[in-house]
Design a binder for this molecule. Structure first.
Ligand SMILES: [Mg+2]
Length: 433
């Protein structure tokens, strides 16, 4: 074994390990294991009753084991004697096919077989709210255009810098933090990396942001649209494809400095966008962020159509500079592993079939979108996205049929639960029918 966690415990002064995995709904599950027991856990995994989490398992199933990946060991910056670990989940000695981290590794293996590696960076927008989540925490943060507001950012200096210092200490290459376009909304950026590393960091970032906000008496939420009149929380992903040290998306001779291979990848994500929405916009609430009316700041900054552009933020895909593109569809609820897995699967299909992305649009899609008659629309709700997702043979082949089946089953159940609610709007609009 290359890395002994028992040795690491001594070296880093760790008293406990948090052996964690992420379920299909993006929830992080964990066992807190004393350092004295880590050697056995590293060998055999930590046991869980899989049915008790969102994995589409049965209560009759045997124990599920989370096998920690020692390369992910991260001492919690806010509780330094605890070492966090991401895990891969197993049952009966086999990987659980629908485990989100397993799904991503499956697609990464397909990319590797094709001689490519995806690197990505994510921009996780979030709100700092009151502990019950019903209002933004800062009552002075009321500007109509609050983006980059210096005073509102500095009023949250203690939380933001504790998070940023933690990322610096962990070597993620944190480089900027700002107040975003909605009151109470922030974004913190760190460097892009291999897709699996970024997904693990994304999971950890959400856990850390929530934990540190809570320590300060606040709540960090990544909910896509917590306040209807305000800009929602996106999770933009910046994507490039590499072979060793060569960025395969970069081409000086290509349009906007992007290679033919890059455009094929973009073409794949455009072709599969409606199915991808089930992963990138996985909640009922997600569809209040995309396809949304203008917010008080003047724009939603979220896409309405399946279109791409140059350095223009009103489309689903933006090419801000040579060698990469930004997918702006995903939101704060996306499962970090499934976001990367979905993008890579769609992109690889685009490359395999040399899919053309169609014409680039350089218009302001918010004001002039009606002039484009044939622009493909995004799904209007989770049900439409799920139907596209479960009818995509390409995604089923890449992500695994049992994953697609399990994910669609649980998400349909969530939709049905939502649909069974009688809302106050519904009563008001229908009572006198
Ligand atoms: Mg942003």
């Amino acid at each position: 074994m290359a890395i002994s966690l028992a040795e690491k415990a001594k070296e880093l002064g760790l008293k406990y390990f948090l052996i964690s995995y992420t379920d299909l709904f993006g929830s992080q599950r964990a066992k807190l294991v004393p350092a004295s027991a880590i050697e056995g856990m590293q060998k055999n995994g930590a046991g869980f009753a899989g049915f008790a989490t969102w994995l589409d398992l049965s209560p009759a199933d045997p124990d599920m084991f989370a096998m920690p990946d020692p390369t992910t060991l991260t001492p919690l910056p806010w509780k330094k004697d605890v070492g966090w670990l991401a895990s891969d989940i197993y049952m009966d000695g086999k990987r659980v096919e629908q485990g989100p981290r397993n799904v991503l590794q499956r697609v990464i293996a397909q990319a590797k077989a094709a001689g490519v590696q995806m690197k990505s960076g994510v921009e996780c927008e979030f709100f700092l709210t009151t502990p019950d989540g019903t209002a933004i925490a800062d009552s002075l943060d009321t500007a109509t255009k609050p983006c980059y507001d210096a005073a509102a950012l500095l009023r949250r200096y203690d939380v933001i810098t504790e998070l940023c210092d933690a990322m610096l200490e962990l070597g993620w290459g944190a480089y900027q933090n700002d107040h975003e376009d909605a009151n109470g909304q922030f974004e913190m950026n760190w460097n892009y990396a291999d897709a699996l590393i970024t997904a693990d960091r994304h999971v950890f970032f959400k856990f850390m942001a929530k934990s540190i906000a809570e320590k300060h008496g606040l709540r960090a939420t990544f909910m896509p649209k917590p306040f209807l009149g305000l800009t929602g929380s996106g999770c933009h992903a910046h994507v490039s494809l590499w072979n060793g040290g060569t960025n395969l998306f970069e081409d000086d001779a290509g349009v906007l400095g992007v290679s033919a291979l890059g455009y094929n990848f973009i073409g794949g994500t455009i072709e599969h966008a409606d199915a991808l929405a089930a992963l990138l916009n996985p909640t009922v609430n997600s569809y209040k962020r995309i396809n949304a009316p203008r917010t008080t700041s003047g724009a939603t900054w979220a896409p309405n159509t399946v279109t791409y552009s140059g350095n223009n933020r009103t489309h689903m895909i933006r090419i801000p500079e040579p060698g990469r593109f930004e997918m702006r569809l995903a939101d704060g609820a996306t499962n970090p592993y499934l976001l990367q897995a979905g993008l890579l699967a769609a992109g690889l299909d685009g490359i395999a079939r040399k899919t053309a992305p169609g014409p680039r649009l350089d218009i302001n899609m918010y004001t002039d979108g009606h002039m484009v008659k044939d622009a493909k629309r995004l799904p209007l709700n989770l049900l439409d996205a799920l139907r596209a997702f479960e009818n995509s043979p390409v995604l089923a082949a890449a992500l695994g049929e049992s994953f697609v089946k399990s994910y669609a089953k649980l998400k349909h159940a969530e939709w049905n639960e939502y649909a069974a609610h009688l809302s106050s709007w519904e009563r008001q609009a229908t009572l006198d029918c």
